[in-house]
Design a protein around this ligand. Structure first.
Ligand code: F6R
Length: 601
């Protein structure tokens, strides 16, 4: 999703801004641009496509010390140079992340006031609004405050006004924005990686706060324009954590990090004893049911969570996609805990679902990766997964860590609700502690998965089937495959295929069948035989050996306690998706049209 970087200081701004834009590339974008002040005038350069195109157009050592840059992920209007940011109207030049919902009505009014628009964007309208308000109010802070009472929607703006060429302004509502400082000057950015080369100290801006950055000063105001003091945070991970470190792709590196991520996440809440789980999660006992709300892969972890919590802890769970949940009638009450799952902690729909629950007086828990993100800050309870920086657009290690958290809370709740015998609990606790070795072993078996990928990568569609928790894993495996390889892939409950979809199965159609749930394996085998009889090329993923060979390829996974099984099962499927995409020469880390952090609804 759109990325913002801005700099004001003693150093030339263009190299810093271009570096920041490159560090934000992982968020996904389709055009880029930069504006800077040169001899008291604003100069803007924009280009369609990659930052490499923009780099060809800029002169790196211009004597410019204040500038803003942007990577745009198209929402209003095509991905072209005209719609690319920054936009200039009158005295204002801005970059924007988010969506202005009422931009059409504002645009109509501004057209009547004589404004003309070049682009199709909501951003140009916001820029014109700033300029219009500035005609009667010279104090830029007051202009921005007034604009917030007019603009509806989500936004983080980087703003330059030609009347004040020594200041960089910023304001946010819902969309993420940080402010940072190094020994040469001050930055704004939508994300930490953008500034990590220069500094690891940053300030989080809250909704409707306005900041004015000068060369050697940062002043932050609340929505009433009262000065506020902010905490300076330190980003504790190294710059290397945001680089490929020798791997061909971030996605591969992140898959390989999963044993370590698992340990970091688990060890934060669990020392091997049930008492540590009690200390970490006792607040869960106040609730009788959970609503898990999330988007994409995070939603898929919720499906795994539902299966685990219902089956092993006897807790009813409702899982919903956030973009639906935020607008639907909810039947929650004070005994419901709404659990928001999000890697970025900034996903607009998930954040809106959280706010809706809070407004209705329902308690919320965030399972989040990015420390200090909006969802983490606003939820009543937070469980941080310790996945570190996840750069590849397709999530892997954050997914695994989220599932690990659901395994942990299921273990705790199953003990608390007396659903597990003492002996089983004892061995489960030991298995949780040592699972990282099995994760590593599963990753190291990559050659098996790659050789199967080599056989199926040319197919136009690939199906996934499974029952129960294996269906939840199928959903994620299918998303992983299609989002990075562009091969059409759908996941079905194994028993549902014959109600229509089976008509798509023909000779050699790959069907990846997941069968790890011992209670359902027999049933899944019957469904596998149905597709096999129609010519499917069946790839079976299972923790069980079978006498009959009713499949074509077999991925044998390690047998672990069912509460932990899904953590292991997803790994071969991540690596298979990776290799299929690689064979198809796809842009694995930045698949087309996708964004890492989806900050618009
Ligand atoms: C898929 C993927 C997305 C995200 C979704 C939610 O690989 O990464 O489906 O899971 O956009 O993002 P977060 O977890 O940041 O809320």
């Amino acid at each position: 999703m759109c990325g913002i970087i801005g700099y004001i200081g003693k150093d030339k701004c263009i190299p810093k801004i271009i570096h920041g834009l490159e560090a934000l590339e992982y968020r996904g974008y389709d055009s880029a641009g930069i504006s800077y002040i040169l001899n008291n005038k604003v100069k803007t350069i924009k280009s369609e496509g990659k930052i490499a195109n923009l780099k060809k157009l800029v002169t790196f050592d211009e004597n410019a010390y204040l500038g803003i840059g942007h990577t745009r992920w198209a929402t209003h209007g095509k991905a072209n140079k005209t719609n690319a940011h920054p936009h200039t109207v009158g005295k204002f030049t801005i970059v924007h992340n988010g969506i202005i919902e009422n931009y059409s009505e504002i645009k109509e009014k501004l057209i009547k006031e004589g404004y003309k628009f070049k682009s199709e964007t909501d951003t140009e309208v916001a820029c014109a609004l700033f300029d219009y308000l500035h005609k009667n109010e010279k104090d830029i802070l007051k202009v921005l405050k007034k604009a917030t009472s007019i603009l509806r929607g989500s936004y983080a703006f980087g703003i330059i006004c030609s009347d004040d060429p020594n200041s960089l302004y910023t304001i946010r509502n819902t969309s993420p924005l940080i402010i940072a400082t190094d020994k040469t000057g001050n930055f704004i950015a939508s994300d930490v990686p953008a500034i990590l080369k220069f500094t690891n100290k940053y300030i989080l801006l809250d909704d409707l706060e306005i900041a004015k950055l000068e060369k050697d000063n940062i002043t932050i105001y609340d929505k009433n324009l009262q000065k506020v003091k902010k905490t300076i945070n330190t980003f504790s991970q190294s710059f290397e954590s945001a680089t490929k470190n020798g791997y061909e792709h971030f996605m591969l590196k992140e898959i390989y990090e999963q044993d370590e991520v698992y340990n970091n996440t688990i060890n934060y809440y669990f020392d091997g004893t049930i008492e540590s789980l009690e200390n970490s999660f006792k607040y869960l006992n106040e609730f009788e049911k959970f609503d898990i709300v999330a988007c994409g892969s995070a939603y898929h972890t919720g499906l795994v969570g539902k299966y685990l919590l219902e089956n092993y802890a006897n807790i009813p769970v409702n899982v919903e996609v956030a973009s639906e949940y935020r607008y639907k009638k909810c039947f929650y009450d004070t005994k419901t805990l709404v659990i928001l799952v999000s890697q970025s902690g900034e996903t607009a729909d998930t954040l809106a679902a959280l706010r809706k629950a809070k407004e209705d007086g329902i308690k919320t828990l965030a399972i989040v990766n990015v420390v200090g993100s909006s969802i983490a800050r606003e939820a009543d309870y937070v469980i941080y997964i310790k996945a570190g920086c996840e750069i590849a657009v397709a999530t892997t290690k954050a997914y695994l860590a989220q599932v690990a958290i659901f395994s942990l809370i299921t273990t705790y709740s199953s003990y608390k609700n007396k659903q597990i015998k003492n002996d089983e609990l004892k061995s489960l606790l030991e298995e949780i502690k040592s699972l990282a070795n099995k994760i590593k072993e599963t990753i190291n078996n990559y050659k098996t998965y790659f050789s199967i990928a080599d056989k199926i990568y040319k197919n136009k569609q690939i199906f996934f089937i499974g029952r129960g928790i294996d269906y939840a894993i199928s959903m994620e495996a299918s998303l992983k495959l299609k989002e990075i390889s562009y091969i059409n892939s759908v996941a079905y409950q194994a028993g549902e295929l014959k109600h229509g979809t089976i008509s798509l199965i023909e000779k050699n159609t790959p069907v990846i069948a997941i069968a790890t749930d011992k209670n359902l394996i027999e049933k899944t085998i019957s469904n596998i035989k149905e597709v096999k009889a129609r010519g499917a090329n069946v790839i079976l993923v299972s923790n069980t050996d079978f006498k009959d060979k009713f499949y074509d390829e077999f991925i044998k996974t390690i047998n672990v306690h069912p509460i932990l099984e899904s953590i292991i099962t997803i790994i071969p499927l991540q690596l298979l998706a990776y290799q299929v995409a690689k064979n198809n020469e796809c842009n694995i880390d930045k698949p087309r049209n996708l964004a890492k952090s989806v900050t618009v609804e």
